[in-house]
Design a protein around this ligand. Structure first.
Ligand code: 3PG
Length: 215
């Protein structure tokens, strides 16, 4: 858990991708890496997810590839077999979390209530996805909900983009932000790889800007 968590922290942004055709996976991963984010959360929203993870993990072993939108323990097993280094889920699913913990696969389940958070604490987790970040109340809501839980860290996802990512990252309880804005499914589908690389570089710059301004 610790090494994956530390890499996500260092990156600051975790790209969330939806891929229909596994053949596009490695060029897409290369575009993200070229833009400064050598990582991808490949969502199990499409049938190509496991094959896409396998292609990336085989061709680009240094890139941090994980699985997103994991809803069942069977998907978690499929993800690990394909080479996923971590699992992200939209909600707190006990079967998914317990399977990952039993198989040494770092897992970041989604939470958006104190009840969710306390279920995750009960499993000993220290880092949780905060989802859907913007629709549920954004940074003010996250600050309020995080207050009772001192050492927990969050990965806000859902509605994050270049204009709000820095504000989230400035909150010390945010480990990193997740999002699809640098690689929207439509751009992936139409093969706009250069555009994805440029938007990724812009995302990295947006995440850094505040730190530079703050000295
Ligand atoms: C997810 O799958 O985690 C979210 O749908 C990503 O949210 P975004 O598309 O608003 O970045």
């Amino acid at each position: 858990m610790t090494e994956v968590r530390e890499r996500i922290r260092q990156l600051g942004i975790l790209p969330v991708i939806v891929i229909d055709d596994a053949a596009a996976a490695v060029p897409l991963a290369d575009a993200l890496a070229a833009g400064g984010l050598p990582a991808a959360e490949v969502t199990f929203r499409t049938a190509a997810a496991a094959a896409a993870i396998a292609r990336i993990s085989e061709a680009r072993p240094d890139l941090l590839v994980g699985a997103g939108t994991v809803l069942t323990s069977a998907q978690a097993a499929e993800a690990q077999a394909a080479g996923a280094r971590f699992v992200v889920a939209p909600g707190f699913s006990p079967p998914v979390v317990d399977w990952c913990l039993a198989h040494d696969l770092p897992v970041f389940p989604g939470v958006c209530t104190p009840t969710d958070i306390e279920a995750a604490l009960g499993r000993g987790l220290d880092t949780l996805k905060f989802f859907p970040a913007e629709p549920i109340g954004g940074l003010p809501y996250l600050k309020a909900i995080a207050a009772p839980y001192g050492s927990l860290r969050f990965i806000p996802t859902g509605g994050i983009n270049a204009s709000n990512v820095r504000a989230y990252l400035e909150f010390p309880k945010v480990l990193a932000c997740g999002g699809s804005w640098m690689a929207p499914a439509e751009w992936v589908r139409t093969g706009e790889i250069a555009r994805i690389g440029a938007e990724t570089a812009a995302a990295v710059a947006a995440a850094r800007r505040g730190a530079e301004v703050n000295g």
